[in-house]
Design a protein around this ligand. Structure first.
Ligand SMILES: CC1=C(CCC(=O)O)c2cc3nc(cc4[nH]c(cc5[nH]c(cc1n2)c(C)c5CCC(=O)O)c(CCC(=O)O)c4C)C(CCC(=O)O)=C3C
Ligand SMILES: [Fe+2]
Length: 320
């Protein structure tokens, strides 16, 4: 047990009303070289679904589910929208918190999925006098709780397919694409993001049983078109594969936020419909009881080792 006096949930953040959408997006892409056209396209996705992302409510739900399982006050702070991490860390300091465990709503390594959250925490602490020590819990892509939740949800999705195509259905695992350069420098030896995703996908496929074919593909590509990102994109992949049916399994995410409900449930679903491919999407971990209990189990583990200083370097900052 790491001797913590609080649990801090750290997440991405999302808009909660139409007027939040543009300022939220500006926060996400500041200095990242994402073209204006891409930003306006994504704004349209958020506005089409009512100008709000489900992600903040999903964080609230997870916190309420975890609360009875850990004997610690729980705080919550985001990278890109209210409640901002810095405000939360200030509140923690005011409350006298000395040493908190940080649970991040991303299971994997890489700059975007891990180090950027560490940097967010460091920046928030630097801005707050008397800020508590904050220890980021380990990557949990292979924790039995995360795997059990994803295995259950994958089985439930298979059950929703018509019986005639269920047997031969292919599991198509998806995760957020990242720039190839970021993938190559993920973790101490490079390639960690993709390696962890492949490991989780293989373990879930094995647990689902039935010797199924599976793929790992990418979604939600951002950035400038001339910069290479991980491929293939999920929609291109669906058009090419030869399978009687597909279960999409968004293992790269832990809740059914915008990247899931738009990029998969709208875009990938449209592609599948157009080509006549039966497709269902497995739920993310969300508040599955094993995922919820995992959080307390991570808090009870010995304190994780610090990351090597050289892994997952930040990409070069670009003009907006
Ligand atoms: C690896 C990864 C995760 C998984 C790990 C984790 O969960 O943290 C993730 C999650 C998420 N990404 C999200 C949303 C967005 N990501 C963007 C842009 C980008 N994502 C990137 C990577 C990742 N992103 C990268 C390299 C960029 C390019 C800009 C940059 O270098 O940072 C953009 C900009 C517009 C665009 O899409 O072009 C948006 C709006 C939401 C919130 C959804 C909601 O609102 O419900 C979530 C959870
Ligand atoms: Fe993203």
């Amino acid at each position: 047990m790491g001797n913590y006096d609080a649990l801090l949930v750290v997440s991405f953040g999302g808009p909660e009303k139409p007027d939040d959408v543009m300022p939220f997006l500006e926060n996400v892409v500041r200095g990242r070289g994402v073209p204006r056209e891409r930003l306006l396209e994504v704004e349209e996705h958020y506005q089409r679904l009512g100008g709000a992302s489900p992600i903040n409510d999903q964080c609230r739900d997870l916190i309420e589910a975890v609360r009875p399982t850990v004997d610690l006050p729980i705080y919550w702070g985001n990278r890109n929208w209210h409640p901002f991490l810095e405000d939360t860390v200030r509140r923690m300091a005011d409350d006298g918190v000395r040493r908190a465990a940080a649970f991040v709503t991303s299971a994997y390594g890489s700059y975007s999925a891990c180090r950027q959250y560490r940097d967010d925490i460091a920046r928030a602490r630097a801005a707050v006098e008397g800020a508590p020590e904050i220890v980021k819990l380990r990557h949990y892509f292979d924790h039995p709780g995360f795997l059990a939740a994803m295995t259950d949800h994958t089985r439930q999705a298979l059950d929703r397919l018509p019986a005639g195509v269920r047997e031969g259905a292919r599991l198509v695992f998806t995760a957020h694409s990242i720039p190839v350069s970021m993938a190559e420098t993920a973790g101490p030896e490079g390639g960690l993001y993709e390696a962890q995703l492949r490991r989780a996908a293989a373990l879930i496929t094995e647990a689902v049983g039935g010797d199924r074919a599976w793929d790992l593909v990418w979604q939600s590509r951002s950035g400038a078109p001339h910069i290479p990102w991980l491929e293939p994109d999920v929609c291109d992949h669906l058009e090419k594969i030869d399978a009687p049916a597909v279960v999409l399994v968004p293992i790269g995410f832990v809740s059914d936020h915008m990247e899931v409900v738009y990029d998969l449930d709208v875009e990938a679903a449209e592609t599948a419909e157009r080509i006549g491919l039966p497709l269902v999407r497995a739920a993310t971990a969300g508040v599955h009881p094993r995922f919820v209990s995992m959080v307390g189990e991570l808090v009870a583990e010995p304190e994780p080792l610090a990351c090597p200083a050289t892994c997952c370097p930040a990409p070069r900052r670009r003009p907006g």
